[in-house]
Write a protein that binds this ligand. Sequence first.
Ligand SMILES: Nc1nc2c(c(=O)[nH]1)N[C@H]1C(S)=C(S)[C@@H](COP(=O)(O)OP(=O)(O)OC[C@H]3O[C@@H](n4cnc5c(=O)[nH]c(N)nc54)[C@H](O)[C@@H]3O)O[C@H]1N2
Ligand SMILES: Nc1nc2c(c(=O)[nH]1)N[C@H]1C(S)=C(S)[C@@H](COP(=O)(O)OP(=O)(O)OC[C@H]3O[C@@H](n4cnc5c(=O)[nH]c(N)nc54)[C@H](O)[C@@H]3O)O[C@H]1N2
Ligand SMILES: [Mo]
Length: 754
Amino acid sequence: MSENVFSGTVSRRSFLKAGAFTAAVVALANGGYELRWPEEAFADQDSPEEVRYTYCDMCNQVPKCGIKATVKEGKIVRVEARKDGWPNTPICSKGLASLQELYDPHRLLYPMKRTNPTKSRDEDPGWERIGWDEAYDTIAQHMLDAKEKYGAESVMLYCGDPKEPRGAINRLANLFGTPTNSNESSCCMMAAQMGAAMVFGERSVGADPTEASKSCLIWSLNPAWSMAYRFGNLLRAKDNGTKFIVVDPRITPTVESLADIHLQPRPGTDGALALGIAHVMLRDGLYDAAFCEEWVLGFEEFRAYVQDFTPEKVEEITWVPADKIEAAAQMWGQETPGAFITSAAPTVHGSNAGNTQRAICSLVALAGNLDVTGGLPINAGLPFTAFADTMAFERVDLYGKGGLQAKRFDAEDFPVWAYFNKNMQANRFPEYIDEGKIKVMMMWGGNAMMWPQSDVYQKAIGKLEFSAAADYYIRPWTHNFMDIVLPVAMCYERMAPFAVFGRKIYLREPVVPPAGEAREDYQIVFELGCRLGLEEDCFGGSVEAALENILQTTGLGITMQDLRDHPEGYVVPSDGKPTDRKYATGGIRSDGQPGFNTPSGKVEFLCQVMKECGWPDDELLPRYKEPVYSPVSTPDLAKDYPLVLNTGSRVPMYTHSKLRDCPWLNQFMPEPIVRLHPRDAEERGLQEGDMVRVFNQLGEVSAKLEVTNLVLPGVIDMFHGWEDANVNKLVSRDFDPVTGYPPYKEGLCQVERA
Ligand SMILES: Nc1nc2c(c(=O)[nH]1)N[C@H]1C(S)=C(S)[C@@H](COP(=O)(O)OP(=O)(O)OC[C@H]3O[C@@H](n4cnc5c(=O)[nH]c(N)nc54)[C@H](O)[C@@H]3O)O[C@H]1N2
Ligand SMILES: Nc1nc2c(c(=O)[nH]1)N[C@H]1C(S)=C(S)[C@@H](COP(=O)(O)OP(=O)(O)OC[C@H]3O[C@@H](n4cnc5c(=O)[nH]c(N)nc54)[C@H](O)[C@@H]3O)O[C@H]1N2
Ligand SMILES: [Mo]
């Protein structure tokens, strides 16, 4: 690695208030990052500098944080937060360090194929450079052969955490005819959205407070570290007087900066906590009776069910003091309208995920906060989303029409998931491979280590007849099991898709040309489509034409030229329709009838989709169940493994398996750490900095100990994505039957000196 290129400097630091973890805090409010290029990098040191605007994708999330890049002779020399009216600033530590990723000499620059046929983590695949033509032809041939021999559904398309390629991949899957099309949302945010869809018919993870919001319930999100682009909005709401309840087992910077009431549940018991809050709201009349009586299906059954969830009993289950449960119910029931922000994933990282999320969402309905200004908006945005994760292309044979739904492998395992989601629930793909159902895989930006018992997934990929991946890097823990890897252009080098904020759309033009022979995801998807004989529907491989098509499909009359004419963001005028209580007037449902987009048209505390999918009548309420492994459900196991296993809570400087080698970020956490409360450390005679074993009945990893009272006594906190300390070895494959989600936040373990 060239010393010069990577000796960047962070300038004008201004850390946001961030509690005790400040050294590694996310947001450098006005920060910029300069890359010190070696002198010989430029033909002329005095060449003019030019400013270009783009947005970041370092955390794989959307909508994006805007970036102002300064370019000299085709090389970026500086990045800063974008302040030309872009909705989200500042940029976080990862955004500031993005140049170290862009110019990382380890990036994959050319298509590669393996020369060693043995697919194993222990053997070098012998990667050999090939041309794009050979790569595309080989992949297309395998896909077409499998389609002919076993049916199109034997070809799996998969996208990892990156959200940007998904619209294009969905289109290709539809055109090729495979419903075996999935992504990392099989274990991320989709179940949270699905929980909301089950209760009130809208895929939602909540919305930030507005000036009208008297309160805001944040059910476990730590945007100070995970979504810097939102954190500023929340701090402003706090200044405006919005009162915050934050549910999180840990004391995070978000808790420290925002919470008026902080509830710290034992991980995996959120369902019980929500039912306890509902109990108090109903007991004390702190709910919107008129709304519930008219618009909620199963209100009386729910009321009867939560009778048992007294604050005292809920304290026993969740470890949250009864008086705090009372206080939260008071605030949420009285300070209306109240905004709701759900966890991006933690509440659904459990073996009863679907019901947990439904229980939480029921609180929004009880308080009467649905479809009101300052509460949770419904059906308020444009017909496509920030990352165009959409089927909104023209002439695509959507699921159902082409009979693809009937060919899904996941529908039997997870029928409720299959009802709500067009993408396959991927978590049991190793079983589908073993059953001979999947033969070929094409992956964009995936990571085999993200799954519990990761080796099951690595081996499964290795058993395929053929697989290929498109990525920024060769990731041996995933790609060692594959046949071809393709180099992908990074955010500074690409155009698709759009960024959408409410009614504002931005087009991104590439800031610099791609490194080596890298190509952007959309281009790879559509060029591959052309080799599959789908030239016309894949726009001849043109990204520009694909984007134009998305715009046409929205029917809003916008063109690429309109977006180019509005680099400050093109605002789609409001249709002037009322925004509040549309359920009463027929403004929500596609059939124009009053009500919500649920089978019954009501808010469903008794889920009718679960009924349709075979759940018995007495299991349609959002019932609480103990985690599969917990001190309560498996007390014998808890004797050996007394600590609750809580994995994957985000750290500011890494994104899952990414960025571990980025020098500016790596200094904050150079090695795997596990966090323990001082009480638990003392009981084990352990001290900060000790090397420890973290283990349970499923596996073991080693890590360095951090002792901190920011975690709950009795619970460990460890990030995922370290290959040498992959905590997913300890997570079980007990998937929630409703959502198919893995229990990353539950389980039991023990910690001992290594
Ligand atoms: N820096 C960074 N940012 C990221 C990512 C990243 O890897 N790094 N990943 C992105 C992705 S894919 C996602 S899904 C989002 C996640 O975004 P967040 O949901 O904000 O991230 P987490 O830190 O995983 O979880 C939030 C909080 O949930 C708490 N929590 C853990 N277990 C439980 C539980 O059982 N119940 C409750 N109530 N709370 C619990 C944790 O203590 C944590 O503080 O972040 C995105 N942003
Ligand atoms: N134990 C535990 N496990 C977890 C979680 C947890 O909380 N605990 N969280 C789960 C969640 S919510 C998620 S989202 C997953 C993480 O989802 P993963 O898919 O595991 O995410 P990453 O590790 O970021 O891997 C992304 C890969 O895509 C590549 N990449 C990045 N951007 C792009 C792009 O734009 N295009 C292409 N083609 N490639 C790109 C990167 O180089 C990397 O190899 O992990 C899950 N696993
Ligand atoms: Mo995620």
